[in-house]
Ligand binder design. Structure first.
Ligand code: AMP
Length: 112
């Protein structure tokens, strides 16, 4: 099981922000911005490049949920960035697809 599957089952604690039937959102343990939340499917899709056509609705629901999460955390108006790291060069460290939601400070572009 990946660490995120263990969080999804409650085996490992996390600061949950949102729970849905098929995905959860929780605060990143090592935040890179004042708001840093991970949106994670309960089932393990290793990375976005390995998602199947049938995962499309789940991925869409995860993206659509970011609005409500940003509103809950007070950053809907100031803005937020969504990041998906796919593979070694992108800095992927947990092989379980997750969307980073970063906000609460001016984010630089291009990312490093
Ligand atoms: P990535 O580098 O894109 O694979 O992102 C993995 C993220 O998971 C990193 O930002 C880590 O800080 C975060 N992370 C790892 N373990 C935990 C955990 N137990 N609870 C919350 N976030 C975690």
């Amino acid at each position: 099981m990946t660490i995120f599957e263990k969080i999804a089952t409650g085996e490992i604690p996390a600061k949950l922000v949102h729970e849905a039937d098929d995905f959860i959102a929780f605060h990143d343990v090592s935040p890179q911005a004042p708001v840093h939340v991970l949106i994670v499917p309960r089932k393990c899709i290793p990375r976005v490049a390995l998602a199947a056509a049938g995962d499309g609705e789940l991925l869409g629901r995860m993206l659509l949920a970011t609005r409500g999460i940003a509103q809950k955390l007070g950053v809907l108006e100031s803005g937020y960035r969504l990041v998906i790291n796919n593979g070694p060069d992108a800095g992927e460290s947990v092989p379980h697809l997750h969307v980073h939601l970063l906000a609460g400070r001016q984010l630089h572009w291009p990312p490093g």
